[in-house]
Design a protein around this ligand. Sequence first.
Ligand SMILES: NCc1[nH]cc(CCC(=O)O)c1CC(=O)O
Length: 319
Amino acid sequence: MSTKALRLGTRRSKLAMAQSGRVAEAVSQVTGRPVELVEITTYGDVSKEALAQIGGTGVFVTALREALLKGEVDFAVHSLKDLPTGQPDELALAALPEREDPRDVLVARDALKFTDLPRGARIGTGSPRRTAQLNAYARAHGLDIETVAIRGNIDTRVRFVRDGELDAVVLAAAGLQRIGRIDEVTDFLSVDTVLPAPGQGALAIECTADNADLIAALGELDDPFTRVAVTAERSLLAALEAGCSAPVGALADLLADGQIVKEMRLRGVVGTTDGSRMVQLSTTGPVPKTYDQAMALGRELAAEMLAQGAAGLMGERAQ
Ligand SMILES: NCc1[nH]cc(CCC(=O)O)c1CC(=O)O
């Protein structure tokens, strides 16, 4: 086997570098080859527009994929939640390593928890999914909060709180964990309050579909349960015909009795950003034995959500 270095295409952000660095080490171990990082700038990194306005899916991944297809790099690491659900035939998701904490978290001033925020508290997030669910919870529990649209990398978003501009921001636990700032979390939001984005907390290692040797080697880093769970979640997202900036949450988890895994539960939510109308459903059944079964589960739950009016809620942009 070749001992030539493998080239890992990566964005330059702190989060991307942390993710790529960790995967580079793991890939180096399973392949016995050195891995070198190749930095690539994506449209999502340079655009100042709100993500929801850029609209199209995959703003962070297009440039990485172009580099793969041009043969400039051998593989790339993506946050799975940033990947569009339609997988190009020329590219393969060679490994989905074990998922980290999928939850969203609050970073608030004065160590505040979500439910202890004072009246009129301003919470920053650029995500219609988070906005919808925070507002829905607030309506149901008599909290008086104002969601404020922000964007930027993790450091930028936390700075809104440190500078006193906002009372809190909502972020993904996994991102803070990866850049070493998890200790700044003031509240881990229950997934009953805010269902994460499909695939949140999982990484995807992608290479070209014709690279059988590399696909086989990277496959050692794959975690089959993570793949089953996120396959169901992303199938739900695809069947709702929603993009990564749509107000859609989904999470598949295992229900265990002691050590024995009994069933898998798939939950999905869609809502208007003001939280006034939400469709939230869940299904529980045997753990899918194949990825096709996992996809079917996602499609079935999506069909039930559509039957309850989910499509009408996604079309709306209340912000
Ligand atoms: N949209 C940006 C993005 N893409 C992946 C993560 C976090 C890591 C993950 O979910 O795997 C983040 C930051 C955030 O949402 O706070």
